[in-house]
Design a protein around this ligand. Structure first.
Ligand SMILES: Nc1ncnc2c1ncn2[C@@H]1O[C@H](COP(=O)(O)OP(=O)(O)OP(=O)(O)O)[C@@H](O)[C@H]1O
Ligand SMILES: [Mg+2]
Length: 425
């Protein structure tokens, strides 16, 4: 098989536009989410039409890869076009991902940025910035469309409730409401996450609730075909119907058995990687064997996507690597203990010449990994000794199971990259 760089240089036989297969790409059409788009717009419409003294909120609630971010972003993109054509009054659009924010100041800076205001990191208080932004919106007659993604993570952060409360009250902080706010809050599991909500937030949160269900095989087929035919990401002749149904069946959710992922991101990724494999082997069609190979070895469940893992802090990456390693070394065990993980973690730190974190910090990081859904950590009462923490990688996450070796390899690369970047500073 050719190396990746050789492959990059070679002519694409199957993939026409790689960007259209990437995570961040928002397609023009979203099959099976037309109703979600319509309902969201309907609910937020007064704000989009320029009404100034209101807040309208829609909660998106659904598991991984069900189109929540895509729907929210696609509305943001459309608003931009409408404003340009002067079909609606000016509206600013800010997209915030909770993984990259942890303070109210950061949220306000991001909102500022969407308005074209650059707020310096130092020199202003949160209150100054809030006031400035509100005055700006008020003076210029702007409304605001704000998407708060991965709100489950937000609520588990120290300042999470404060941040949410500030957002919910943003347009009425200084007396009467100065602008209209259309808010989309995105959750993977609202029922569980809302337990982290303070009463003050709960009582200010009046929202329209939209459920995003995992996609069935049939729905995933339509999504894959749309990516191939309408978006032109992949040459149509290279993909037979069999290939599309094979991928859709592997990932699709079956409501009667409640099994299957229903994750569009994963389905698209399998198609993409299978196409890549076929190209690397010099073929111009994807074969069932490419799909099988990719499913068994090449794809990690969405929560372990490289771009998500990249956002973890260095010690969290090392800890996750330590967990994956310990699990690989103890295949016969369903879970490993905190003690075993700590040993491996300290070993890894030693190898990289990094000072390991102390017990409490390690424990906090393990909790964070668990909150992100990357691991399961349960405190169990041991038979012989006191309480122990059992750690595992949730198995049912993979199509077959999480390929731990691939997780290990990915983390190793990311850690080494980060360390060499640091030492070259
Ligand atoms: N109905 C759809 N039609 C076309 N593409 C879709 C559809 N739903 C999702 N996708 C694609 O699948 C991928 C995952 O979708 P998205 O990012 O919106 O999922 P999500 O619900 O936000 O998941 P997560 O909770 O993991 O953030 C994206 O690349 C998106 O473009
Ligand atoms: Mg998302």
């Amino acid at each position: 098989m050719a190396s990746y760089s050789e492959y990059r240089g070679a002519l694409h036989r199957i993939i026409i536009d790689e960007e259209k297969l990437a995570n961040f790409y928002v397609p023009r059409k979203l099959p099976h989410r037309e109703e979600h788009l319509r309902e969201t717009i309907e609910h937020l419409k007064p704000v989009f039409q320029g009404e100034e003294s209101i807040i309208r909120t829609v909660i998106f609630d659904g598991p991984i890869g069900t189109g929540k971010t895509a729907v929210a972003k696609s509305i943001g993109n459309k608003l931009g076009e409408y404003v340009e054509k002067k079909r609606i009054p000016p509206i600013a659009y800010a997209y915030l991902n909770s993984q990259s924010i942890s303070t109210r100041f950061q949220v306000l800076r991001m909102i500022g940025r969407s308005l074209g205001i650059n707020i310096p990191i130092r020199g202003f208080s949160t209150q100054d910035v809030t006031e400035y932004i509100i005055k700006f919106l008020d003076k210029n007659g702007y409304n605001l469309y704000l998407v708060m993604d991965e709100a489950d993570i937000l609520l588990r952060q120290k300042e999470g409730n404060k941040i949410l409360y500030t957002i919910l009250r943003l347009n009425e902080i200084y007396g009467k409401r100065r602008f209209g706010l259309a808010l989309v809050l995105i959750f993977r599991n609202y029922t569980v996450s809302s337990e982290y909500m303070d009463r003050s937030v709960q009582s200010s949160l009046v929202a329209h609730h939209l459920k995003f269900n995992p996609y069935t095989s049939k729905e995933l087929e339509d999504i894959l075909y749309a990516r191939i035919r309408d978006e032109g990401a992949i040459r149509e002749e290279a993909v037979s119907e069999d290939i599309v149904s094979m991928i859709a069946d592997a990932v699709g959710y079956d409501p009667s058995t409640k099994r299957g992922y229903g994750d569009a991101r994963m389905a698209i990724k399998i198609l993409w990687f299978a196409a890549r494999r076929a190209e690397m082997e010099g073929r111009d069609v994807i074969l069932p064997d490419d799909v099988r190979y990719v499913i068994n070895r090449d794809v990690l469940p969405t929560i372990y996507d490289r771009e998500f893992l990249e956002k973890l802090q260095l010690h969290e990456k090392i800890l996750l690597l330590a967990i994956a390693r310990t699990l690989v070394l103890n295949r016969e065990k369903a879970y490993v203990s905190m003690g075993m993980v700590k040993l491996e973690y300290e070993d890894l730190c030693d190898r990289y010449g990094i000072k390991p974190l102390g017990h409490t910090s390690v424990w906090e990081r393990v909790q964070k990994l668990a909150n992100l859904g990357l691991i399961e950590a349960k405190v169990a009462k041991g038979y012989t000794r006191g309480r122990t923490t059992r750690i595992q990688i949730p198995e049912e996450l993979g199509i077959n199971r999480v390929p731990l070796e691939l997780l290990e390899k990915t983390l190793l690369q990311l850690i080494e990259q980060e360390i060499s970047r640091r030492s070259s500073l």
